[in-house]
Design a protein around this ligand. Structure first.
Ligand code: CP
Length: 311
C-alpha cells in the first residue's frame, strides 16, 4: 500500500512502496500481453488526465491503463477548456471532482503544481511530470525495466547521460536508484549539470567515456530544446559530437549492458538511430512497461486491495 494520498515523486517513496508497485506491475504486464486486454477490476471508478504540457507516452499510457482495468478516464483538453477563460487549476479540479473524479493524473510546467493540487483536493493525484522536479512514473518504469533485464538494482552501475539540469526524468531516476544502493553516474556538459547533484548521492562526470566505461545501463536523456535558455549549448551538431550516444561510445558499456531513453528521442542529437536499433536497446519495452506500471498505480490508488483482485 502507498502511505500518502498522492504519488508526487520518488524522493518521498520508500523502497517497500516502490517494490510493491513493481511487484503489482508484473501481473499487469501479463494482461497487456493477452489477446483480450481487459479486466473488470476498476469498473465504476473515475479518473481524469490534466495535461498542461504536451505528452504522447505518459498521457496515452495512463488512458490505456485505465481502459485495460475498466476504469473511466476523462482527458481534459486544457487548450479548449475553461482554463483558457482564466479558470484556476484548483477550480478546474474541483469542478471535475464534484462530477465524481477520484484521481487526477497531472502534468504541469511548474514544479510543485501537483503538490499544490493534492493539498487542495480530496481526489488522489499522480504527478505525470512537474517542471524540472520529478516524473515519478517514468522513474518507476525505468527501474522496473532495469530490474527485469539486469536484476537487483543495488548491484547496477547506471549512467545517466545528457541534459540533467532540465530533466525531471533524471531526478526521479536518481532519487529511486540511490535508495536501492545503485551506483549512479551522471554525465553531460557542465552547463547542464546542476549544482545540487553533489548532494544527491551520485558520481558526477564531465568525461563521457569515463562515465560510460563498464556501465550496466546507459539512460540517455532527451535534450530539452524547449527549455533551453540561450548560451547553455554551442549547437546541436556539437552536442552530438561531444555528448551523443554513438556506436563507438556504446562499446564502452558492459557487453550485456542495456540502452534506455525515456522518449521522445531527438535522433542524431543525443542518440544515434543505430544505437536505438541496437539489440541491447530496451526503449520500446520501456513504453510497454510504462502501461504496466501505470496500471499498477491505478489499481493501488483507486481501490484495489489485494493482488487476487487483478484478474
Ligand atoms: N517520457 C515521457 O514523459 O514522454 P511523453 O512526454 O511523451 O509523455
Amino acid at each position: 500500500m502507498l502511505k500518502a494520498k498522492d504519488l508526487l515523486g520518488l524522493r518521498t517513496l520508500s523502497t517497500d512502496e516502490m517494490d510493491e508497485i513493481m511487484r503489482v506491475a508484473i501481473p499487469m504486464k501479463d494482461i497487456i500481453m493477452r489477446d483480450i486486454k481487459k479486466v473488470p477490476t476498476l469498473r465504476g471508478k473515475s479518473m481524469a488526465t490534466l495535461f498542461f504540457e504536451n505528452s504522447t507516452r505518459t498521457k496515452s499510457s495512463f488512458e490505456i491503463a485505465a481502459k485495460y482495468l475498466s476504469a473511466d478516464c476523462t482527458n481534459l483538453a486544457v487548450s479548449t477548456s475553461s482554463v483558457q477563460k482564466g479558470e484556476t487549476l484548483i477550480d478546474t479540479a474541483i469542478t471535475l471532482e464534484v462530477m465524481g473524479i477520484e484521481l487526477f493524473v497531472m502534468r504541469h510546467g511548474a514544479s510543485g503544481a501537483p503538490h499544490f493540487l493534492g493539498r487542495n483536493t480530496k481526489a488522489r493525484i499522480i504527478n505525470a511530470g512537474d517542471g524540472m522536479n520529478e516524473h515519478p512514473t517514468q522513474g518507476l518504469l525505468d527501474m522496473f525495466t532495469m530490474k527485469d533485464k539486469k536484476g537487483d538494482l543495488g548491484n547496477l552501475t547506471v549512467t545517466i547521460l545528457g541534459d540533467v539540469a532540465h530533466s525531471r526524468v533524471a531526478r526521479s531516476n536518481i532519487w529511486g536508484l540511490t535508495k536501492y544502493g545503485a551506483n549512479v553516474r551522471v554525465v553531460g556538459p557542465e552547463t547542464l549539470l546542476p549544482i545540487e547533484l553533489q548532494k544527491m548521492g551520485v558520481e558526477v562526470y564531465t568525461d563521457v567515456d569515463k562515465a560510460l566505461k563498464g556501465a550496466d545501463v546507459v539512460n540517455v536523456l532527451r535534450l530539452q530544446k524547449e527549455r533551453q535558455s540561450s548560451g547553455l549549448l554551442p549547437s546541436l551538431v556539437e552536442y552530438n559530437k561531444f555528448w551523443g550516444l554513438t556506436s563507438k561510445r556504446l562499446e564502452l558499456i558492459k557487453e550485456d549492458g542495456i540502452i534506455m531513453h525515456p522518449g521522445p528521442m531527438n535522433r542524431g542529437v543525443e542518440i544515434m538511430p543505430e544505437v536505438y536499433e541496437d539489440p541491447r536497446s530496451v526503449v520500446d519495452e520501456q513504453v510497454t512497461n510504462g502501461v504496466a506500471i501505470r496500471m499498477a498505480l491505478l489499481f493501488m490508488m483507486l481501490g484495489g486491495k489485494t493482488s487476487d483482485e487483478i484478474n
